[in-house]
Write a new protein. Structure first.
Lengths: 210, 218
């Protein structure tokens, strides 16, 4: 069980892009709690805070790396590198610029870029993602499960299928817009249009839910 | 400098997710370093990535242990490169300095090849079927009308040019692909220098440039 739903609240700076404005009892609270934990790791080397972050993110990073085509061993290496960096370089974390989950995303994204450039072959696993995504969080209780999935899932589901597909293929499969166009056999301009509309819509809802 | 023309959202998402081919990434990075709007878009895409990870599967187990990491590794005090792609480039010296640093020499020191009609070209790199070029033209130069065999990003480093009713100034990116047909014309304000990355060959509409194309290699 994560200890992320504590009553501790961290005031987030105004320039952090709020992804779910007004949901202070759900995903927002969880995001704040994660960020507070990382600030503790940064400021005091708090091992318990690190362990909570580790327990929260390690399985998700492993799934993310696998969805980017890493074999089990390679995924484990990616996760280890990311979590070692999260510990050793925590002092680079700036909550004025990003939440903990966004910061950790940048670590794994950068690690996967390095891996790709080193010539390690990426395999594609889009089909696997839908299953993973819908079956996620089975090891936490149902309330946390709802909190974790509700807003983002709802936003993504609200998108037209073609737009959602373009975003997920980019983020989850690690494909460029041209690769997506070729795989779906549609003009590049069509993917550009779908991506623009999807991000525009997500951004509008996330930043201005009213 | 405030850019008016930016890479499409699809290119910025490619950049934020690390999916952009390296030569295109270089051009986008140069623009992003000078464009707060694009950095904001990239930060948003990274936020989305964080949300997707946080919403992902927590089913798996592994051999790693938090305690092992804490025991084996010391926390570091040193400052370092930021991890966000929205923060990684600070163009204090502007785009021209970024390009000079990237090229490891000044623009003037490049081996320019004259194409006539006030236009010079320098081929800089080739990777995965994409080519990086530097183009420089005198005021009023009219480039041949063409379409593209793939994607093309053109970053204006100096001066300006127009295509139809769109004017591209220093810092702007023109985002073109196989659906784009254009004929850049350098404005009469002065010399224009651009950094461009293209996939595949350009497709010229007129015979003369088509005949010259094998010799130019563009």
């Amino acid at each position: 069980m994560l200890a992320l739903m504590s009553d501790e609240r961290m005031k987030m700076p105004d320039n952090v892009i709020p992804l779910t404005v007004g949901d202070d009892t759900g995903v927002d609270a969880m995001r704040r709690a994660e960020t507070l934990l990382l600030v503790k790791v940064r400021d005091t080397g708090d091992r318990q805070a690190y362990k909570e972050l580790f327990d929260a993110f390690t399985p998700r990073l492993r799934a993310y790396a696998r969805n980017h085509g890493c074999e089990a061993g390679a995924a484990e290496n990616v996760v280890q590198d990311v979590m070692v960096t999260a510990w050793t370089r925590a002092r680079l974390f700036d909550p004025d610029k990003a939440s903990a989950r966004t910061w950790i995303y940048t670590l794994v994204r950068n690690r996967l870029i390095d891996q790709h450039r080193a010539g390690e072959r990426r395999q594609r696993a889009y089909d696997g993602y839908a299953t993973t995504y819908s079956e996620s969080i089975s090891d936490v209780d149902s309330s946390e499960k709802d909190l974790r999935n509700s807003r983002l899932t709802a936003l993504l589901v609200e998108l037209p299928q073609e737009q959602r597909q373009a975003v997920l293929m980019a983020h989850i499969e690690g494909k460029s817009h041209r690769e997506i166009a070729e795989e779906l056999n549609v003009p590049v301009g069509t993917i550009k249009s779908r991506t623009r509309l999807a991000l525009q819509r997500l951004r509008k809802v996330m930043e201005d839910p009213a | 400098m405030s850019a008016i023309h930016h890479p499409s959202t699809a290119w910025l998402l490619d950049y934020a997710t690390g999916n952009a081919p390296p030569l295109f990434e270089t051009v986008i990075r140069a623009h992003v370093g000078a464009c707060a709007d694009c950095r904001h878009e990239i930060a948003f895409a990274e936020n989305l990535g964080g949300e997707l990870i946080a919403s992902g599967s927590a089913n798996s187990t592994g051999t790693l242990s938090a305690q092992d990491i804490c025991d084996r590794y010391e926390q570091q005090d040193d400052a370092g490169t930021p991890f966000s792609r929205a923060d990684e480039v600070a163009l204090n010296g502007g785009i021209e300095q970024f390009v000079a640093t990237y090229l490891n020499r000044s623009v003037d020191a490049l081996p320019w090849k004259s194409l006539g009609g006030g236009l010079k070209i320098c081929r800089l790199a080739e990777e995965h079927g994409a080519h990086m070029w530097m183009l420089r033209g005198q005021a009023g130069t009219v480039l041949p009308e063409h379409t593209h065999g793939g994607s093309e990003l053109t970053l204006v480093l100096k001066g300006s040019y127009f295509c139809g009713s769109d004017i591209f100034h220093a810092g702007d990116i023109e985002d073109a692909d196989e659906d784009t047909e254009h004929q850049p014309v350098i404005t009469r304000d002065g010399e224009c220098i651009c950094l461009a990355v293209t996939e595949g060959n350009l497709r010229f509409k007129k015979l003369l440039p088509r005949l010259a194309q094998p010799f130019i290699g563009i």
